[in-house]
Design a protein around this ligand. Structure first.
Ligand code: NAD
Length: 242
């Protein structure tokens, strides 16, 4: 049975673009207020002005350890409580491992895995105290199948997929649902590193999906009766052939 999100408060990381922005809009449409966490202050200011008082900007660079540690406490100074945390911020760089520098490996594992673990760790005591909450992570289809030209990205998403499943088993019995959405290639700024040929081929063959198709899945997860946890929704373009 579908439930509305009226009165719910969500925080979404990486909310100023792509999947995070589409999810912000979907949750606000469903009645929630959303704290939009992003490092892009200019984009956040423009978007929150457009979306009105249900969108609240939280400027945080999650790769800065002090800012990351302050994220949940700062959010809880702005809103009364958090019902939903969507860990969505992530970075993508493909390419041969031998041509991937150390800083890139560190940044990808840090943002895609370590930051998610820290954000979840920081919100869990608040949700346990309230006896309720929803945590959703944007993983990837690359977290389900080893993609040969994305060794670091694919590994980061396998790691976060494992993390989500362990946390789900731990937290579901305490009233906190933990799930993930695993998209295939989505048209967003994240794919700016794709070779132009590859991007064009994917577009031409209908092998990319829109961010709103991912946010539809997230909204579906969040609006199920609390008796139901959707563990993972894999959202793929119909012509997905990796
Ligand atoms: P996007 O680039 O459109 O949006 C990412 C947002 O995260 C941006 O607003 C950016 O400013 C923000 N961000 C980046 N680094 C940050 C930091 N250090 N601190 C705070 N904010 C930061 O990307 P997207 O495609 O919407 O990706 C969102 C998530 O979806 C990522 O976890 C990504 O791995 C995952 N994903 C994307 C695709 C795809 O094809 N685009 C496919 C599967 C999974």
């Amino acid at each position: 049975m579908a439930e509305k999100l009226d009165g719910k408060i969500a925080a979404i990381t990486g909310a100023a673009s792509g999947i995070g922005l589409a999810t912000t809009e979907a949750l606000i449409d469903a009645g929630a207020r959303v704290v939009m966490v992003d490092r892009d202050e200019t984009a956040l200011a423009e978007i929150t002005a457009r979306l009105g008082d249900k969108a609240i900007a939280q400027v945080t660079d999650l790769l800065d350890p002090d800012s990351c540690a302050q994220m949940v406490p700062e959010i809880l100074q702005k809103v009364e409580h958090l019902d939903i945390l969507h860990c969505n911020a992530g970075t993508y760089i493909g390419g041969d491992l031998t041509e991937t520098d150390t800083a890139t490996i560190d940044r990808m594992l840090n943002l895609n895995v370590n930051v998610v673990m820290k954000n979840v760790r920081d919100v869990v005591p608040h949700m346990i105290e309230r006896g309720t909450g929803d945590i959703v992570v944007t993983a990837s289809v690359a977290g389900h199948m080893p993609i040969q030209w994305e060794p670091v990205y694919s590994s980061s998403k396998w790691a976060v997929t494992c993390f989500v499943q362990t946390m789900r088993r731990q937290l579901n019995k305490r009233g906190i649902r933990v799930g993930q959405v695993s998209p295939g290639p989505v048209i967003s700024a994240l794919l700016s590193d794709w070779e132009p040929d590859r991007l064009q081929r994917a577009k031409d063959s209908g092998s990319l999906i829109e961010p709103s198709e991912v946010s539809d899945a997230i909204l579906f997860m969040l609006t199920r009766s609390r008796n139901v946890t959707i563990r993972d929704m894999i959202v793929l373009p119909t012509n997905f052939d990796i």
